[in-house]
Design a protein around this ligand. Structure first.
Ligand SMILES: Nc1nc2c(ncn2[C@@H]2O[C@H](COP(=O)(O)OP(=O)(O)OP(=O)(O)O)[C@@H](O)[C@H]2O)c(=O)[nH]1
Ligand SMILES: [Mg+2]
Length: 373
Protein backbone atom coordinates (compact mmCIF):
# COMPACT_ATOMS: atom_id res chain seq x y z
CA UNK A 1 0.00 0.00 0.00
CA UNK A 2 1.19 3.48 -0.70
CA UNK A 3 1.22 5.26 2.61
CA UNK A 4 3.38 7.98 3.97
CA UNK A 5 6.12 7.13 6.37
CA UNK A 6 8.60 9.46 7.89
CA UNK A 7 12.31 8.88 8.13
CA UNK A 8 12.08 8.34 11.88
CA UNK A 9 12.98 4.68 11.59
CA UNK A 10 16.29 5.48 9.92
CA UNK A 11 19.20 7.87 10.07
CA UNK A 12 18.55 11.45 8.95
CA UNK A 13 19.01 11.61 5.22
CA UNK A 14 21.94 13.71 4.09
CA UNK A 15 22.36 14.06 0.39
CA UNK A 16 25.13 14.90 -2.00
CA UNK A 17 23.60 16.49 -5.12
CA UNK A 18 25.18 15.57 -8.45
CA UNK A 19 24.35 17.59 -11.57
CA UNK A 20 25.67 18.23 -15.03
CA UNK A 21 25.19 21.77 -16.34
CA UNK A 22 24.73 21.41 -20.09
CA UNK A 23 25.05 25.19 -20.57
CA UNK A 24 21.82 25.36 -22.54
CA UNK A 25 20.86 29.06 -22.66
CA UNK A 26 17.19 28.08 -23.03
CA UNK A 27 17.33 25.99 -19.88
CA UNK A 28 19.64 27.56 -17.32
CA UNK A 29 20.54 25.08 -14.62
CA UNK A 30 20.00 27.14 -11.49
CA UNK A 31 16.20 27.47 -11.25
CA UNK A 32 15.66 23.81 -12.00
CA UNK A 33 18.40 22.67 -9.65
CA UNK A 34 17.00 24.88 -6.87
CA UNK A 35 13.57 23.37 -7.47
CA UNK A 36 15.05 19.86 -7.36
CA UNK A 37 16.64 20.60 -3.99
CA UNK A 38 13.37 22.07 -2.71
CA UNK A 39 11.64 18.80 -3.58
CA UNK A 40 14.28 16.94 -1.57
CA UNK A 41 13.85 19.24 1.40
CA UNK A 42 10.08 18.79 1.16
CA UNK A 43 10.54 15.12 2.02
CA UNK A 44 12.95 15.84 4.85
CA UNK A 45 16.32 15.41 3.15
CA UNK A 46 19.22 17.69 4.10
CA UNK A 47 21.44 18.77 1.23
CA UNK A 48 25.05 18.71 2.40
CA UNK A 49 26.99 19.25 -0.80
CA UNK A 50 26.62 19.94 -4.52
CA UNK A 51 28.84 18.52 -7.21
CA UNK A 52 28.01 20.43 -10.39
CA UNK A 53 30.02 19.96 -13.55
CA UNK A 54 29.73 22.08 -16.68
CA UNK A 55 29.99 19.94 -19.81
CA UNK A 56 28.72 19.98 -23.37
CA UNK A 57 27.21 16.55 -22.98
CA UNK A 58 26.89 14.01 -20.19
CA UNK A 59 29.56 11.33 -19.97
CA UNK A 60 27.86 8.26 -21.46
CA UNK A 61 29.34 5.94 -18.85
CA UNK A 62 29.33 8.00 -15.66
CA UNK A 63 27.25 11.16 -16.32
CA UNK A 64 29.88 13.41 -14.71
CA UNK A 65 33.50 12.93 -15.71
CA UNK A 66 35.39 10.07 -14.11
CA UNK A 67 37.80 12.53 -12.45
CA UNK A 68 35.06 14.25 -10.48
CA UNK A 69 33.37 10.94 -9.78
CA UNK A 70 36.56 9.65 -8.20
CA UNK A 71 36.57 12.63 -5.80
CA UNK A 72 33.04 12.08 -4.60
CA UNK A 73 33.44 9.15 -2.18
CA UNK A 74 35.84 11.27 -0.11
CA UNK A 75 33.53 14.27 -0.15
CA UNK A 76 30.49 12.17 0.75
CA UNK A 77 32.34 10.49 3.61
CA UNK A 78 33.70 13.78 4.98
CA UNK A 79 30.20 15.26 5.13
CA UNK A 80 28.54 12.09 6.31
CA UNK A 81 26.26 11.87 3.26
CA UNK A 82 24.16 8.74 3.00
CA UNK A 83 22.29 9.47 -0.22
CA UNK A 84 23.11 10.66 -3.73
CA UNK A 85 20.57 12.87 -5.51
CA UNK A 86 21.16 12.91 -9.24
CA UNK A 87 19.57 15.85 -11.05
CA UNK A 88 19.98 14.76 -14.68
CA UNK A 89 18.20 11.87 -16.24
CA UNK A 90 20.24 8.71 -15.76
CA UNK A 91 20.73 5.78 -18.06
CA UNK A 92 20.91 2.36 -16.42
CA UNK A 93 24.62 2.14 -17.17
CA UNK A 94 25.40 5.54 -15.66
CA UNK A 95 23.35 4.68 -12.60
CA UNK A 96 25.24 1.45 -12.14
CA UNK A 97 28.65 3.07 -12.48
CA UNK A 98 27.89 5.90 -10.09
CA UNK A 99 26.53 3.43 -7.59
CA UNK A 100 29.61 1.28 -7.93
CA UNK A 101 31.88 4.26 -7.30
CA UNK A 102 29.98 5.65 -4.36
CA UNK A 103 28.26 2.68 -2.73
CA UNK A 104 25.38 4.93 -1.77
CA UNK A 105 21.77 4.74 -2.88
CA UNK A 106 20.81 7.01 -5.78
CA UNK A 107 17.56 8.93 -5.95
CA UNK A 108 16.55 10.74 -9.13
CA UNK A 109 14.09 13.55 -9.82
CA UNK A 110 11.17 11.31 -10.73
CA UNK A 111 11.64 9.29 -7.54
CA UNK A 112 11.68 12.51 -5.52
CA UNK A 113 8.48 13.78 -7.10
CA UNK A 114 6.80 10.41 -6.60
CA UNK A 115 7.92 10.50 -3.01
CA UNK A 116 6.45 13.95 -2.38
CA UNK A 117 3.21 12.72 -3.91
CA UNK A 118 3.25 9.59 -1.74
CA UNK A 119 3.66 11.72 1.33
CA UNK A 120 0.83 14.06 0.39
CA UNK A 121 -1.79 11.65 -0.96
CA UNK A 122 -4.84 11.53 1.29
CA UNK A 123 -7.77 10.20 -0.68
CA UNK A 124 -8.17 6.57 -1.64
CA UNK A 125 -7.93 7.53 -5.29
CA UNK A 126 -4.85 9.68 -4.76
CA UNK A 127 -3.08 6.85 -2.96
CA UNK A 128 -3.98 4.36 -5.68
CA UNK A 129 -2.63 6.71 -8.32
CA UNK A 130 0.66 7.31 -6.55
CA UNK A 131 1.25 3.66 -5.82
CA UNK A 132 0.59 2.79 -9.43
CA UNK A 133 3.04 5.45 -10.61
CA UNK A 134 5.73 4.27 -8.19
CA UNK A 135 5.38 0.65 -9.17
CA UNK A 136 5.46 1.47 -12.86
CA UNK A 137 8.55 3.59 -12.45
CA UNK A 138 10.38 1.00 -10.44
CA UNK A 139 9.48 -1.84 -12.70
CA UNK A 140 10.63 -0.02 -15.82
CA UNK A 141 13.63 1.96 -14.60
CA UNK A 142 14.92 0.10 -11.63
CA UNK A 143 14.25 -3.56 -12.02
CA UNK A 144 17.52 -5.06 -13.13
CA UNK A 145 19.17 -1.64 -13.05
CA UNK A 146 21.22 -2.55 -10.01
CA UNK A 147 19.49 -0.16 -7.62
CA UNK A 148 18.77 -1.80 -4.34
CA UNK A 149 16.16 0.28 -2.60
CA UNK A 150 16.03 -1.95 0.42
CA UNK A 151 19.36 -0.44 1.46
CA UNK A 152 17.66 2.89 1.90
CA UNK A 153 15.76 1.89 5.00
CA UNK A 154 12.91 4.32 5.62
CA UNK A 155 12.69 7.72 4.03
CA UNK A 156 13.07 9.06 0.56
CA UNK A 157 12.57 6.63 -2.27
CA UNK A 158 11.02 4.09 0.01
CA UNK A 159 7.64 5.51 0.85
CA UNK A 160 4.91 3.33 -0.47
CA UNK A 161 5.72 0.11 -2.18
CA UNK A 162 9.47 0.37 -1.53
CA UNK A 163 9.47 -1.21 1.85
CA UNK A 164 8.43 -4.54 0.41
CA UNK A 165 11.75 -6.15 -0.55
CA UNK A 166 12.23 -4.91 -4.01
CA UNK A 167 14.29 -7.55 -5.61
CA UNK A 168 11.24 -9.42 -4.92
CA UNK A 169 9.15 -11.20 -7.14
CA UNK A 170 8.56 -9.04 -10.13
CA UNK A 171 5.53 -11.15 -10.82
CA UNK A 172 3.96 -9.87 -7.63
CA UNK A 173 4.65 -6.29 -8.66
CA UNK A 174 3.16 -6.95 -12.07
CA UNK A 175 0.08 -8.49 -10.46
CA UNK A 176 -0.28 -5.51 -8.14
CA UNK A 177 0.01 -3.12 -11.10
CA UNK A 178 -2.76 -5.01 -12.87
CA UNK A 179 -4.98 -4.87 -9.81
CA UNK A 180 -4.39 -1.13 -9.34
CA UNK A 181 -5.06 -0.48 -13.02
CA UNK A 182 -8.32 -2.35 -12.69
CA UNK A 183 -9.36 -0.28 -9.66
CA UNK A 184 -8.38 2.95 -11.39
CA UNK A 185 -10.40 1.82 -14.40
CA UNK A 186 -13.41 1.52 -12.11
CA UNK A 187 -12.80 5.02 -10.75
CA UNK A 188 -12.58 6.37 -14.29
CA UNK A 189 -15.75 4.63 -15.42
CA UNK A 190 -17.50 6.05 -12.37
CA UNK A 191 -16.53 9.53 -13.54
CA UNK A 192 -17.40 8.94 -17.18
CA UNK A 193 -20.98 8.01 -16.37
CA UNK A 194 -21.56 11.27 -14.53
CA UNK A 195 -23.78 13.43 -16.66
CA UNK A 196 -23.94 17.11 -16.93
CA UNK A 197 -27.32 18.68 -16.20
CA UNK A 198 -28.49 21.23 -18.70
CA UNK A 199 -28.46 24.66 -17.13
CA UNK A 200 -25.71 23.60 -14.74
CA UNK A 201 -23.37 26.25 -13.36
CA UNK A 202 -20.17 27.29 -15.13
CA UNK A 203 -17.31 24.90 -14.42
CA UNK A 204 -13.94 26.48 -13.82
CA UNK A 205 -10.62 24.73 -13.15
CA UNK A 206 -7.67 26.50 -11.58
CA UNK A 207 -4.47 25.19 -13.14
CA UNK A 208 -0.85 26.15 -12.76
CA UNK A 209 2.60 25.40 -11.45
CA UNK A 210 2.92 24.06 -7.93
CA UNK A 211 3.01 26.67 -5.14
CA UNK A 212 1.62 29.61 -7.17
CA UNK A 213 -1.41 29.97 -4.89
CA UNK A 214 -4.24 28.05 -6.61
CA UNK A 215 -5.70 26.78 -3.33
CA UNK A 216 -5.30 30.21 -1.76
CA UNK A 217 -7.17 31.77 -4.66
CA UNK A 218 -10.01 29.28 -4.37
CA UNK A 219 -10.19 29.95 -0.63
CA UNK A 220 -10.32 33.68 -1.28
CA UNK A 221 -13.05 33.27 -3.89
CA UNK A 222 -15.17 30.79 -1.94
CA UNK A 223 -14.27 31.91 1.58
CA UNK A 224 -13.26 28.30 2.22
CA UNK A 225 -10.48 26.67 4.13
CA UNK A 226 -8.56 24.35 1.81
CA UNK A 227 -5.04 23.39 2.91
CA UNK A 228 -2.45 25.94 1.80
CA UNK A 229 1.28 25.66 2.35
CA UNK A 230 4.57 27.01 1.10
CA UNK A 231 5.68 23.64 -0.22
CA UNK A 232 5.51 21.73 -3.49
CA UNK A 233 2.36 19.70 -4.13
CA UNK A 234 0.34 20.77 -1.11
CA UNK A 235 -2.76 19.78 -3.09
CA UNK A 236 -3.13 16.33 -4.57
CA UNK A 237 -6.83 15.73 -4.41
CA UNK A 238 -8.93 18.02 -6.52
CA UNK A 239 -11.50 19.98 -4.53
CA UNK A 240 -14.50 21.84 -5.92
CA UNK A 241 -16.24 24.81 -4.32
CA UNK A 242 -19.23 26.87 -5.29
CA UNK A 243 -18.15 30.43 -5.94
CA UNK A 244 -20.33 33.53 -6.16
CA UNK A 245 -19.90 35.47 -9.40
CA UNK A 246 -22.79 37.93 -9.55
CA UNK A 247 -26.30 38.14 -8.12
CA UNK A 248 -27.97 34.80 -8.80
CA UNK A 249 -24.92 33.47 -10.60
CA UNK A 250 -22.40 30.96 -9.28
CA UNK A 251 -19.59 28.80 -10.69
CA UNK A 252 -18.21 25.46 -9.61
CA UNK A 253 -14.49 26.09 -9.24
CA UNK A 254 -12.01 23.19 -8.92
CA UNK A 255 -8.54 23.32 -7.45
CA UNK A 256 -6.15 20.84 -9.10
CA UNK A 257 -2.76 19.18 -8.67
CA UNK A 258 0.06 21.61 -9.39
CA UNK A 259 2.29 21.06 -12.40
CA UNK A 260 6.07 20.92 -12.55
CA UNK A 261 8.61 20.97 -15.40
CA UNK A 262 8.94 17.55 -17.02
CA UNK A 263 6.13 16.10 -14.95
CA UNK A 264 7.11 12.42 -14.97
CA UNK A 265 5.06 10.53 -17.53
CA UNK A 266 4.28 7.87 -14.93
CA UNK A 267 2.51 10.56 -12.93
CA UNK A 268 0.64 12.07 -15.86
CA UNK A 269 -0.53 8.57 -16.72
CA UNK A 270 -1.46 7.68 -13.17
CA UNK A 271 -3.16 10.99 -12.55
CA UNK A 272 -5.06 10.96 -15.81
CA UNK A 273 -8.28 10.20 -13.96
CA UNK A 274 -7.80 13.32 -11.84
CA UNK A 275 -6.65 15.41 -14.76
CA UNK A 276 -9.77 14.37 -16.67
CA UNK A 277 -11.59 16.81 -14.40
CA UNK A 278 -9.95 19.46 -16.53
CA UNK A 279 -11.67 18.10 -19.64
CA UNK A 280 -15.01 19.00 -18.17
CA UNK A 281 -14.13 22.61 -17.41
CA UNK A 282 -15.79 25.39 -19.44
CA UNK A 283 -12.97 27.75 -18.53
CA UNK A 284 -9.42 27.21 -17.32
CA UNK A 285 -7.94 29.83 -15.04
CA UNK A 286 -4.17 29.60 -15.48
CA UNK A 287 -2.64 30.86 -12.25
CA UNK A 288 0.89 32.32 -12.34
CA UNK A 289 3.03 33.74 -9.56
CA UNK A 290 3.69 37.48 -9.95
CA UNK A 291 6.32 37.38 -7.19
CA UNK A 292 8.60 34.73 -8.66
CA UNK A 293 11.33 35.54 -11.19
CA UNK A 294 11.04 31.93 -12.35
CA UNK A 295 7.47 32.49 -13.62
CA UNK A 296 8.25 32.69 -17.38
CA UNK A 297 9.84 29.23 -17.20
CA UNK A 298 6.96 27.89 -15.12
CA UNK A 299 4.43 29.32 -17.55
CA UNK A 300 6.14 27.58 -20.47
CA UNK A 301 6.02 24.28 -18.56
CA UNK A 302 2.32 24.68 -17.74
CA UNK A 303 1.44 25.61 -21.32
CA UNK A 304 3.31 22.54 -22.59
CA UNK A 305 1.45 20.23 -20.21
CA UNK A 306 -1.93 21.77 -21.09
CA UNK A 307 -1.07 21.22 -24.74
CA UNK A 308 -0.16 17.57 -24.05
CA UNK A 309 -3.46 17.16 -22.23
CA UNK A 310 -5.19 18.52 -25.38
CA UNK A 311 -6.64 21.47 -23.51
CA UNK A 312 -5.55 24.21 -25.94
CA UNK A 313 -9.11 24.67 -27.13
CA UNK A 314 -10.65 25.31 -23.71
CA UNK A 315 -11.16 29.05 -23.09
CA UNK A 316 -8.50 30.29 -20.72
CA UNK A 317 -8.07 33.29 -18.44
CA UNK A 318 -4.56 34.13 -17.27
CA UNK A 319 -4.13 35.31 -13.71
CA UNK A 320 -1.02 36.61 -11.95
CA UNK A 321 -1.51 35.89 -8.26
CA UNK A 322 0.61 37.33 -5.41
CA UNK A 323 0.14 40.78 -6.93
CA UNK A 324 0.86 42.17 -3.45
CA UNK A 325 4.47 41.05 -3.96
CA UNK A 326 4.74 41.50 -7.73
CA UNK A 327 8.06 41.85 -9.54
CA UNK A 328 8.40 43.60 -12.85
CA UNK A 329 10.36 40.85 -14.63
CA UNK A 330 7.72 38.13 -14.65
CA UNK A 331 6.22 38.90 -18.05
CA UNK A 332 2.77 40.16 -17.07
CA UNK A 333 0.78 40.40 -20.32
CA UNK A 334 -1.92 43.07 -20.84
CA UNK A 335 -4.73 40.52 -21.13
CA UNK A 336 -3.87 39.00 -17.73
CA UNK A 337 -5.59 39.64 -14.41
CA UNK A 338 -3.30 40.73 -11.62
CA UNK A 339 -4.69 39.93 -8.20
CA UNK A 340 -3.82 38.80 -4.71
CA UNK A 341 -5.41 35.87 -2.94
CA UNK A 342 -3.81 37.19 0.22
CA UNK A 343 -5.27 40.71 0.21
CA UNK A 344 -8.28 40.07 -2.03
CA UNK A 345 -7.25 42.85 -4.43
CA UNK A 346 -8.32 42.24 -8.02
CA UNK A 347 -10.52 39.23 -7.34
CA UNK A 348 -13.73 41.06 -8.20
CA UNK A 349 -12.46 41.65 -11.74
CA UNK A 350 -11.92 37.91 -12.12
CA UNK A 351 -15.42 37.21 -10.79
CA UNK A 352 -16.84 39.66 -13.33
CA UNK A 353 -14.93 38.05 -16.21
CA UNK A 354 -16.13 34.60 -15.16
CA UNK A 355 -19.67 35.88 -14.84
CA UNK A 356 -19.47 37.10 -18.43
CA UNK A 357 -18.27 33.67 -19.50
CA UNK A 358 -21.13 32.09 -17.62
CA UNK A 359 -23.66 34.04 -19.65
CA UNK A 360 -21.88 33.00 -22.87
CA UNK A 361 -22.00 29.36 -21.81
CA UNK A 362 -25.64 29.60 -20.87
CA UNK A 363 -26.42 31.07 -24.27
CA UNK A 364 -24.80 28.04 -25.90
CA UNK A 365 -26.40 24.63 -25.66
CA UNK A 366 -25.04 22.63 -22.75
CA UNK A 367 -21.85 20.67 -23.34
CA UNK A 368 -22.46 17.30 -24.94
CA UNK A 369 -22.15 14.49 -22.42
CA UNK A 370 -18.97 12.42 -22.76
CA UNK A 371 -19.31 9.40 -25.04
CA UNK A 372 -19.87 6.14 -23.20
CA UNK A 373 -16.92 3.80 -23.57
N1 LIG B 1 2.35 37.10 -1.00
C1 LIG B 1 1.39 36.25 -1.35
N2 LIG B 1 1.52 34.92 -1.07
C2 LIG B 1 0.53 34.09 -1.46
C3 LIG B 1 -0.62 34.57 -2.14
N3 LIG B 1 -1.41 33.49 -2.43
C4 LIG B 1 -0.77 32.40 -1.93
N4 LIG B 1 0.40 32.76 -1.33
C5 LIG B 1 1.35 31.83 -0.66
O1 LIG B 1 1.88 30.93 -1.62
C6 LIG B 1 2.10 29.64 -1.04
C7 LIG B 1 1.43 28.56 -1.84
O2 LIG B 1 0.03 28.71 -1.77
P1 LIG B 1 -0.98 27.51 -2.16
O3 LIG B 1 -2.34 28.12 -2.24
O4 LIG B 1 -0.78 26.33 -1.28
O5 LIG B 1 -0.45 27.19 -3.63
P2 LIG B 1 -0.95 26.04 -4.65
O6 LIG B 1 -0.81 26.62 -6.03
O7 LIG B 1 -2.29 25.55 -4.26
O8 LIG B 1 0.19 24.96 -4.44
P3 LIG B 1 0.15 23.35 -4.65
O9 LIG B 1 -1.14 22.83 -4.14
O10 LIG B 1 1.32 22.93 -3.84
O11 LIG B 1 0.35 23.13 -6.12
C8 LIG B 1 1.58 29.74 0.40
O12 LIG B 1 2.68 29.97 1.26
C9 LIG B 1 0.65 30.94 0.35
O13 LIG B 1 0.52 31.59 1.61
C10 LIG B 1 -0.72 35.98 -2.42
O14 LIG B 1 -1.68 36.49 -3.01
N5 LIG B 1 0.31 36.76 -2.00
MG1 LIG C 1 -2.85 23.73 -3.66
Amino acid sequence: MAHSTTATDSKPQRALVVAVDLRDPRRPLEPELAEFEALARAVGVTICDRAVQRRDSPDPATLIGSGLLAELPGRAAALDCNLILVFNELRARQRKNIEKALSLPIVDRTMLILDVFAQRARSHEGKLQVELAQLRYRSTKLAGGGADLSRLGGGVGTRGPGETKLEVDRRRIAARILLLEKRMGEVRRGRATRRRDPGEELRVALVGYTNVGKSSLLNAMARSDIFVADQPFATLDPTTRRVYLAPGRFARVSDTVGFITDLPTELVEAFRATLEELDEADVLVEVLDASNHDTPRQRAAVDAILHDLKLDETPRLVVFNKGDAARDDVGITPDAFVLSARTGAGIDALRAALSERASDVRARSPKAPPATP
